[in-house]
Design a protein around this ligand. Structure first.
Ligand SMILES: Nc1ncnc2c1ncn2[C@@H]1O[C@H](COP(=O)(O)OP(=O)(O)O)[C@@H](O)[C@H]1O
Ligand SMILES: [Mg+2]
Length: 306
């Protein structure tokens, strides 16, 4: 995903990395931005994370309690769980949008304070500006970094090409299909070259076929430089097709992480073909055995054969 030769290459993109150093085991000083932290500490580490929301009348709703999860640098982790269990809540805590009541969130080993600036986000809802062209929507993402307009447009064009939208550079969001708008949003996230990708049901609103195509595009781009990915979905098949590891959350309240399953299917993967693999079925059966119990709790019925 890295655009070779970008002036905002990773070490420089993290202002702290330029000056901060840390001592590692053998006494060598390492810059914290790149080698030292990203090799040794998980990209995202949640430990004992508890998140509660205030309710009317002074009560609180404990959505997530004591959640432990680590995403290694370069790892693709998918979170599944019944609707309303707290998947988005955990992702928002990793993004620094929500402060946990208990436990800690660490990013490459450092406690997260405020917004997670080493991460890019992609949410289910469209975040494109309707009055801007596809190119402007992508290029504008470089504005906070102080990249000049011509440079940003050049990079924006290259990113639109990478996501298969070369012919749609001047199109406005209303002229694009749902899948094409997702491609623009993907380019908008990746152009900033974040070290961590936080994705919350990003392909949720798309039809099944388009979801698989978007999954393949995401995997292709991810394979180029393997960012750490935390991908939330309610779709177990999508989770297995994409991830290195699938994490299962229990039904809320006080949801926690109750299962972690490595997905050893070889890469590169085709997210449609991989569903026919016997190993895919084996993993699916194993995870579903646990997940269905949680889903049943949420819906409170027993009419869930299969
Ligand atoms: N701001 C909030 N205030 C009160 N309750 C919330 C808030 N955000 C989420 N919740 C509750 O926390 C639980 C988990 O929500 P969420 O993380 O969105 O679930 P998921 O993404 O797994 O569907 C739900 O019961 C939801 O109603
Ligand atoms: Mg959600």
């Amino acid at each position: 995903m890295g655009a070779p030769g970008l002036p905002d290459g990773r070490p420089g993109a993290n202002p702290a990395a330029a000056t901060a150093t840390r001592r590692v085991g053998d006494g060598t000083e390492l810059a914290t931005g790149e080698t030292g932290d990203s090799l040794r500490a998980p990209a995202v580490s949640l430990s004992g994370v508890t998140i509660a929301f205030p309710l009317k009348g002074g009560a609180t709703y404990v959505a997530v309690e004591g959640a432990d999860l680590a995403v290694a640098a370069g790892e693709f982790v998918a979170i599944v769980g019944p609707t309303g269990c707290g998947k988005s809540t955990l992702l928002n805590a990793s993004a620094g949008l929500l402060e946990p009541r208990g436990g800690s969130v660490r990013i490459f080993g450092a406690p997260l304070a405020g917004l997670n600036r080493r991460a890019g986000y992609l949410f289910q809802a469209d975040a494109l500006m309707p009055w801007k062209s596809a190119l402007d929507n992508v290029a504008v993402a470089l504005e906070p970094k102080g990249v000049g307009r011509r440079d940003a447009e050049g990079q924006g064009r290259r990113w639109l090409e990478r996501v298969g939208l070369k012919a749609f550079v001047t199109s406005y969001p209303h002229m694009l299909s749902g899948g094409q708008r997702k491609r623009v949003a993907l380019a908008q996230m990746l152009i900033r070259d974040p070290e961590i990708l936080l994705m919350d049901e990003p392909f949720g609103p798309l039809d099944a076929q388009t979801r698989q195509i978007m999954g393949n595009l995401l995997l292709k781009l991810w394979a180029q430089d393997r960012k750490a990915v935390l991908f939330v979905t309610h779709d177990l098949e999508e989770a297995i097709a994409l991830a290195d590891r699938v994490v299962v959350m229990s039904a809320g309240p006080a949801a926690r992480i109750i299962g972690q399953y490595p997905v050893s299917l070889s890469r590169p993967r085709d997210t449609a073909d991989i569903r026919l693999d016997p190993e895919f079925h084996r993993i699916h059966r194993e995870i579903w055995a646990q997940l269905r119990v949680e889903v049943q709790k949420t819906y409170g019925d027993s009419d869930m054969a299969g």
